[in-house]
Design a protein around this ligand. Structure first.
Ligand SMILES: [Zn+2]
Length: 281
């Protein structure tokens, strides 16, 4: 009888804890440089940079670009200057460009090496591209504008739809960089249901993007486990704060209206990074 119970208990334990649910060790380094600029290093050493603007007003190291080292891929969410400043420099240093097709063309016109902005890494909304055998990037919608400013007083060059990126690291985290956007209800199906987002890098500054209230709603749709606030404090008008995000998430938790609409009560960790800081997810 005891042996039977022991076997039964083992069976129940293994049912309750399938191997796939075993807790994964954090293995992917994420560094924030202020604004929307992140460096992501995978367990195998692949380096991605998203929305490069090193030396921005919040970046403590004005020579961060000079120290960045090898970058394999630069992901650009849209064409506005605060997201593309250092893209061409990274391309000239060897990085391939991940962006929507029109943005790739527009950045080629400003000097991005053509053979590193090819169909291999340039896609569009709804598409997924593989970066080697370790990383997949899916282009997801964002509500914003997109045009590349040539800096010569002429009108910006059309750069297609703005996007966010869902970055899936094999045996590592799934990271969603929202790009610049408002929250939208499709986030629930397109992102929250399709992917299991571990970390959401979310704009909270307001004025040009969602504010802390909007980011709290977005995180609820996405069902992110953790949210790293970004795109705030760079300029005085981007005045949303991580404290306001925490308060908004707390308020949503007890919001009868939100729950009546079938939104899960969020239990989302706000990971407040300092510019220049690296965390492992
Ligand atoms: Zn921006």
């Amino acid at each position: 009888m005891l042996r039977y119970l022991a076997v039964l208990s083992l069976a129940v334990t293994s049912l309750a804890l399938p191997a796939s649910a075993a807790k994964r060790q954090p293995n992917t380094k994420v560094t924030w440089y202020g604004h929307a600029t992140f460096r992501i290093e995978t367990p195998k050493g692949l380096v991605l940079v998203v929305d490069p603007w090193f030396g921005n007003p919040k970046d403590p190291d004005k020579d961060a670009l000079g120290k960045i080292g090898k970058v394999d891929y630069v992901l650009v969410s849209h064409g506005h200057f605060d997201h593309v400043v250092d893209a061409v420099a990274l391309g000239k240093a060897g990085a391939s460009l991940v962006g929507v097709f029109e943005l790739c063309n527009a950045l080629q016109a400003t000097g991005f090496p053509k053979d590193q902005a090819s169909m291999a890494t340039c896609g569009n909304v709804g598409g997924t591209i593989a970066l080697g055998d370790e990383v997949k990037v899916t282009f997801v919608p964002a509500f914003h504008g997109s045009g590349v400013d040539r800096g010569d007083g002429t009108l910006p060059v059309y750069a297609g739809s703005p996007v966010g990126f869902v970055i899936e690291v094999k045996d590592g985290p799934t990271i969603y960089h929202t790009g610049d956007t408002d929250a939208f209800e499709d986030m629930r199906d397109r992102i929250g249901d399709r992917f299991h987002v571990d970390v959401m890098l979310a704009c909270i500054g307001g004025h040009f993007t969602m504010d802390p209230q909007g980011a709290a709603l977005a995180a609820t749709y996405v069902k992110a486990k953790a949210i790293v606030p970004m795109h705030f404090g760079t300029f005085p008008v981007l005045n949303g704060t991580p404290d306001e995000l925490r308060a908004a998430l707390k308020a949503r938790k007890s919001s009868a209206r939100a729950n009546a609409r079938g939104l899960p009560p969020p239990s989302i960790e706000v990971v407040e990074m300092k510019p220049g800081e690296t965390r492992t997810f």
